[in-house]
Design a protein. Structure first.
Length: 340
């Protein structure tokens, strides 16, 4: 898709998709960037946020945030992200300077599974929070990444590592981080298009009758406990789809393989509990049941085992397997020994 780009001085030129004129404006001692574009016939009728994501190297969610903040104008007027663009429309996008970083880099050891100039894939440990949150201002994956990769691009308007997807505090395993805006946009697109695959292993309570299946139940905030998620009516939640398969039956427990089609908060934990098979050691959705296993688990026995995606620059397939942590393997060994 081509766009006609206005260079700020009034001249027009034709630019390929992803290119635009950039006019830097100084804001204090930092700079904002202004993109000025004009819609060609090929882009006419497309949604504004979708069209812009194909013209400039920002994720669609970042573009939507800029629109909502009034940083995008259409023919000089504020606009909605759902607005359809028409041939000849002139669009200006102003990207404000990143907010000053308040986090400090911390030399926390990282288990790196893959790394190059575009991305890094890590095996996250149990107990590590991905983003700072109340009660967790430091010691997060963000702090560790800032020390390891000090030149990570700002994502979402702040100078922080580009976390493409999240893992719960006590969920271990593979997590990918984008090092550039292009990589962030490309990797998020793969997850949305379901071409990137995330496979999990979990030990759950009970024994499913079938060998495999799927759970398609909307997930939203719990109606009475706002710290929890729950299966809720669609009008109160978001579509969520989880595929599962029995890997090994372990008496009163089961080792299961889960694959996500969507990425809702606590999705596997909520869907597992809705099946009557909560994850062992889950203090929120399984009442912390796990003491009977005889294994001291640091959290739920849920591990992001494998991550498959395409490299954002070369399109080369990448498949990374994260070895399960010692407590997870100890749990399996103990449960297997009870069957012998």
């Amino acid at each position: 898709m081509d766009a006609v780009v206005t260079n700020g001085a009034g001249g027009d030129s034709t630019a390929a998709a992803g290119e635009s004129a950039r006019v830097a404006e100084t804001v204090g001692d930092r700079k904002s960037t202004c993109h000025q574009l004009q819609v060609s016939a090929q882009g006419s009728g497309d949604r504004l946020d979708r069209w812009l994501s194909q013209q400039i190297s920002l994720s669609r969610s970042r573009i939507q945030a800029l629109i909502e903040a009034g940083q995008v104008t259409l023919n000089g007027q504020p606009v909605s992200k759902r607005q359809a663009v028409q041939v000849g429309d002139r669009i200006q996008v102003t990207i404000p300077p990143a907010k000053p970083l308040t986090l400090s880099p911390e030399p926390i050891p990282l288990d790196i599974l893959f790394e190059d100039e575009s991305l890094i894939i890590l095996n996250k440990a149990a107990g590590m929070v991905v983003h700072p949150a109340p009660g967790h201002p430091s010691g997060t994956l963000v702090n560790a990444l800032l020390a390891h990769c000090p030149n990570l691009s700002g994502i979402g308007g702040v100078e922080r590592p580009g976390i493409v997807h999240r893992l719960d505090k006590d969920t271990t395993g593979a997590i990918v981080v984008a090092k550039t805006d292009h990589a962030m946009r490309h990797l998020q697109g793969q997850i949305q298009a379901k071409t990137a695959r995330r496979d999990y292993l979990a030990v759950v309570h009970g024994a499913p009758r079938d060998l495999e299946g799927s759970v398609c139940q909307p997930i939203g905030r719990h109606p009475s406990d706002r710290q929890k998620m729950a299966v809720v009516p669609l009008e109160r939640g978001r579509y969520a789809l989880t595929h599962w398969r029995v890997e090994e039956r372990l008496g009163q427990y089961t080792l299961m393989h889960f694959q996500l089609d969507t990425g809702r908060t606590h999705q596997i934990r909520v869907h597992g509990a809705s099946m009557g098979h909560p994850v062992v050691g889950d203090p929120v959705y399984g009442s912390g049941r796990g003491a009977k296993t005889g294994v001291n688990l640091p959290g739920q026995a849920l591990h992001a085992w494998r991550l498959r995606l395409s490299h954002p620059v070369s399109d080369t397939p990448i498949e990374v397997t994260a070895p399960p942590p010692k407590p997870f393997m100890t749990l399996l060994r103990v449960l297997r020994s009870r069957l012998s």
